[in-house]
Design a protein around this ligand. Sequence first.
Ligand code: NAD
Length: 358
Amino acid sequence: MILVTGGAGFIGANFVLDWLARSDEAVINLDKLTYAGNLETLASLNGNAGHVFIQGDIGDSALVDRLLAENKPRAVVNFAAESHVDRSIHGPEDFVQTNVLGTFRLLESVRGYWGALPASEKQQFRFLHVSTDEVYGSLSATDPAFTEDNKYEPNSPYSASKAASDHLVRAWHHTYGLPVVTTNCSNNYGPFHFPEKLIPLMIVNALAGKPLPVYGDGMQVRDWLYVKDHCSAIRRVLEAGRLGETYNVGGWNEKPNIEIVNTVCALLDELQPRADGKKYSEQITYVTDRPGHDRRYAIDARKLERELGWKPAETFDTGIRKTVEWYLAHGDWVRNVQSGAYREWVEKQYDAAQAKVP
Ligand code: NAD
């Protein structure tokens, strides 16, 4: 049995679905169900006794203590977080609350549980903390990709709160001996991605005939990884990662945002052409850049490849095609996640960019 937190979000849900497709080991899934959590993503697990969903907060110590004591997991995988940079700029408090205080409380609960385990189980136990490459800050065009030795230089409230959580996890290992491993991954994309993030937003807006908002000059570079490759990396680190270590996870797919948007448009032109015969790229609209927007992230994942033999299964070309095809086949999922709260947020963003929501 493992305890997964944030398993109704994009990566956590993909992880739970993958885990249960590959193993009989049960998952307790603790998720607060914020706007980003979506049980519909997990609908295929209805009736699967190996999946127990609990709605709750990682910062609710009484609940987490009880879940740990009753279920005796051999590992905790912590995905739960506020994860959207733009939201962190407009409302940083939730980020500090969940990513910093929530992680602290979770670590304390886990420390109490782990400390009371019999010696053999204590030795096997793992706390895996899922984090981001954004903690390393921004690179210039010529800098080498981030390695695990780069210093932390977070620039947004989101990355600062994740950096704080990484430091807490590290300290709980060094101070209390908690058996932790941390992964720092590049930008993920793939099925079940909430349509506020770049790739799903572009697909959904393109199909709806709406503007495709691109920040600034669109030349911000991100390193992209197909979500299922992130899941396989987490499984591998959980299995064999060295305690107290951090592992960068990435797919060597550095791309400027505008290239991503053009690729999505070209795939849609091929797979579902516009009725009027025009190209989807005509919907691209440049909007005012985000404050403090990091210019470039690039991840060097050689440690994970060398030590644990992990390799991504997808190239960017195969992964992005699968992703666009998935969104074309799952219009219902997209419509259902676009709740009132989500719509309000999108409208606010458009207002800020002085573009009209059609
Ligand atoms: P997400 O926003 O899609 O999902 C987060 C999930 O956490 C949601 O289901 C939400 O309901 C839940 N949650 C939020 N606050 C909670 C709380 N206090 N208690 C319990 N559950 C809570 O995020 P994601 O994209 O799936 O990211 C998952 C993790 O991976 C995050 O820690 C993020 O920092 C990290 N990460 C994400 C990316 C990426 O590209 N998306 C890249 C690297 C690392």
